[in-house]
Design a protein around this ligand. Structure first.
Ligand code: SAM
Length: 214
């Protein structure tokens, strides 16, 4: 799956793509990720990408031209939906991430400042996604949240040892939150692991775990 991320801070998230599960999926080729610097598309002689809002008010607004041109260029390579990361969007869920994973790619647009001129959103954006009911300073972290959760649900991702099939919100857990985990040592600061997990009886362990789902 191909992710194109449109931002004025294209270097901000490189580290995240090199490490851990996502780093491995990038190396395996399950996903391809490209960052695009919106500023490079600005026709302004100072490469400006923001301006004061019409009607007054605090802060700056991202201008439509660089974003429009950047989206048009990226669309030649990525036929997936254009997604604007926005606190006003639909809040991301497990099932939404599953649906997004059916596309061959997606274009994630990251805002900054007070947001983006509405005209370019109306013209180019297919959906708006929020990662929660709070406001961050930019869409870069939200874009990585979408990328991460969509990637780990892709059929080729993770492998058996790390399967997402039994994670919280999955079908296997009926959309519920997962049971608690314990590992070595058996006793930590006087607190023991629940006895049932030590007896080797898998039917009992499964029953105990099912009971813990919330
Ligand atoms: N003025 C906007 C408002 O009140 O809705 C907030 C703009 S925010 C400071 C700048 C950018 O961060 C947004 O354009 C968006 O791309 C991103 N952003 C902030 N919070 C977000 C969230 N909860 N989910 C997704 N994107 C978010």
């Amino acid at each position: 799956m191909r992710f194109d991320i449109l931002t004025i801070f294209p270097k901000m998230m490189y580290g995240y793509l090199r490490e851990g599960v996502i780093g491995r999926e990038v190396t395996k080729g399950t996903i391809e990720v490209y960052f695009h610097d919106i500023r490079k598309y600005s026709t302004d002689k100072h490469k400006k990408v923001d301006h004061t809002p019409f009607g007054g008010g605090a802060g700056m607004v991202m201008t439509p031209q660089p974003i429009y041109d950047c989206i048009q260029a990226v669309k030649k390579k990525n036929k997936g939906p254009v997604v604007y990361m926005s606190p006003k969007g639909k809040v991301l869920t497990h099932s939404m991430a599953q649906r997004l994973g059916r596309y061959d790619g997606m274009i994630l647009l990251c805002g900054r400042y007070e947001g983006i001129d509405q005209r370019v959103l109306d013209m180019c954006v297919d959906m708006e996604i929020s990662i929660g009911k709070y406001v961050l300073s930019g869409g870069e972290l939200p874009a990585m949240v979408v990328l991460d959760t969509v990637t780990r649900l892709l059929p080729d991702a993770l492998g058996n040892e790390n399967s997402a099939e039994e994670d919280s919100f999955s079908e296997k857990l009926n959309g519920k939150k997962e049971y608690p985990h314990y590992t070595k040592p058996r006793e930590f600061m006087g607190i023991s692991v629940p006895e049932v997990l030590l007896n080797g009886n898998h039917a009992e362990i499964d029953a105990w775990r099912r009971k813990q789902l919330k």
